[in-house]
Design a protein around this ligand. Structure first.
Ligand SMILES: O=P(O)(O)OC[C@H]1O[C@@H](O)[C@H](O)[C@@H](O)[C@@H]1O
Length: 125
C-alpha cells in the first residue's frame, strides 16, 4: 500500500484527505464532532471534543517513521492521528484554577462509505 485515503466529515464540511506523504497539520476552530471514515477498511470512527477548539491531523509516513524510536517503520500504514488541541489560544491556568477538556472516540459498527450509514445520523445526536 502506498497511499491511505480517509475522509473527515463534519456537519459543515467534508474534507477528503489522501495521505501520500507526511502530514502534520493544524485545523483551527475545528468542528466539535468529526467522523473519520476509513475507505480501505470500510469503518468509521466518531470523535467528539469539548473545550479544545482546534485539531491536529498527523501521519509521519515512511521516512519520518524511521526516525521515531517508539514507532515501527511500517506502522504509518495503519494509523491516523486526529487530536483535539488548543493551539491558537493556549490554555493558561493560574495556581488553583481548573480547566476541563474532553475527547470521546467511538467506533461506529458500519461504515458511512459502504452506504449503510447516514452521515447526518453519525454527526447528530
Ligand atoms: O514524538 P511525540 O512527541 O510523541 O509526537 C509525535 C507527533 O505527535 C503529533 O501529535 C504531532 O502533530 C507531531 O508533530 C509529532 O511529531
Amino acid at each position: 500500500m502506498d497511499r491511505q485515503s480517509f475522509c473527515l466529515v463534519s456537519k459543515k464540511k467534508k474534507k477528503n484527505i489522501v495521505f501520500e506523504s507526511e502530514v502534520d497539520k493544524i485545523y483551527l476552530d475545528a468542528p466539535p464532532k468529526i467522523a473519520i471514515i476509513d475507505h480501505e477498511k470500510k469503518r468509521t470512527f466518531v470523535l467528539r471534543k469539548d473545550g479544545l477548539p482546534d485539531a491536529v491531523v498527523w501521519n509521519p509516513w515512511d521516512k519520518r517513521s524511521k526516525t521515531i524510536q517508539d514507532f515501527g517503520d511500517e506502522e504509518y500504514k495503519q494509523m491516523l492521528c486526529v487530536e483535539p488541541a488548543a493551539v491558537e489560544k493556549p490554555i493558561t491556568l493560574k495556581p488553583g484554577e481548573e480547566w476541563k477538556g474532553r475527547l470521546e472516540l467511538s467506533a461506529v459498527p458500519s461504515s458511512y462509505y459502504s452506504g449503510q450509514l447516514d452521515p447526518d445520523k453519525v454527526l447528530h445526536g
